[in-house]
Design a protein around this ligand. Sequence first.
Ligand SMILES: O=c1ccn([C@@H]2O[C@H](COP(=O)(O)OP(=O)(O)O[C@H]3O[C@@H](CO)[C@H](O)[C@H]3O)[C@@H](O)[C@H]2O)c(=O)[nH]1
Ligand SMILES: [Mn+2]
Length: 352
Amino acid sequence: MAPILNGEVDIVIPTIRSLDFLENWRPFFEPYHLIIIQDGDPTKVIKVPQGFDYELYNRDDINRILGPKASCISFKDGACRCFGFLVSKKKFIYTIDDDCFVAKDPSGKDIDALAQHLDNLTKPSTPYFFNTLYDPYREGADFVRGYPFSLREGVPTAVSHGLWLNIPDYDAPTQLVKPRERNTRYVDAVMTIPKGTLYPMCAMNLAFNRELVGPAMYFGIMGDGQPLGRYDDMWAGWCSKVVCDHLGYGVKTGLPYLWHSKASNPFVNLKKEFKGLFWQEEMIPFFQSVVLPKECTNAQQCYLELAKMVKEKLGPIDPYFHNFAAAMVTWIEAWEEFNAPAKAKIDSVKSA
Ligand SMILES: O=c1ccn([C@@H]2O[C@H](COP(=O)(O)OP(=O)(O)O[C@H]3O[C@@H](CO)[C@H](O)[C@H]3O)[C@@H](O)[C@H]2O)c(=O)[nH]1
Ligand SMILES: [Mn+2]
């Protein structure tokens, strides 16, 4: 099948292991450009399978390119992937983990996850009124009786959140009590997550419109030297959802599935996640209470406002959140540097 929107898509892969999994994706990924973020030891040579068009960044590259701003990019955590979002110039990003493989649908056909994500992102979302027959824009479906015609145009879709067969994305406590649980259930549906509802965004199989919500897809300061890990995508999911709700964009979850092969060590994960397990009971009510000013008309402005709120509202929980809020501003400064050079916007907010 001809590549869809080729030239408008970057595939971002964080890796601290190997890229052999790309062989499995070759039929679907080879036409696209890859941005590989090599985490961990920069002197380690990571082999990229022949035939792929890619750029690869290790920690030395990140430090060289960002200088002091590199402090906002995590080390030894999958959160490092957001450096790829920063340096990309494309409209769409697809990010996938290096232990994820092509899954088969119930008919036994290989699932082109990227094609499904791009379909999700190029069709509208319906965050204001739930369609009980799920995605109304899908072949063979529509809006059901009683669905307001005034809302049937939908809104632009900013995020497409895919799922996983085999190893589900469970937190460490759940993984510990259910070590052998595997997800075998293939649910043939794509749904818009309603406005005002948060969700646990997993970055294993995730795509988004970088022009609409890229600045809010910051994965935070996690991993090495930080009190928190494995909440990188959760944080980005909460921030990007409140920003999408404010800007009138949609977030979808469901198809496509991929096959997640590796269960990371639940004991190591418990150590990384530990503080997040109780901090999230305060972080989530914070995000549920966020009201962004109507003057915020793009993701950068929304994100800078969020950074101020994080410092004020989450700072009292732990000094970590003061550092986090500062890192959020650094991220936007880096974003502005690499993208819209609207420097004035940052200065105006900083002097406020
Ligand atoms: O220090 C690190 C650790 C990992 N990576 C890369 O990040 C992804 C995910 O790593 P892994 O597969 O080990 O993690 P999981 O427990 O399966 O899933 C977590 O990862 C996130 C989803 O993407 C989320 O936090 C959890 O669901 C792989 O590509 C690793 O190579 C890294 O770069 N640095
Ligand atoms: Mn994994």
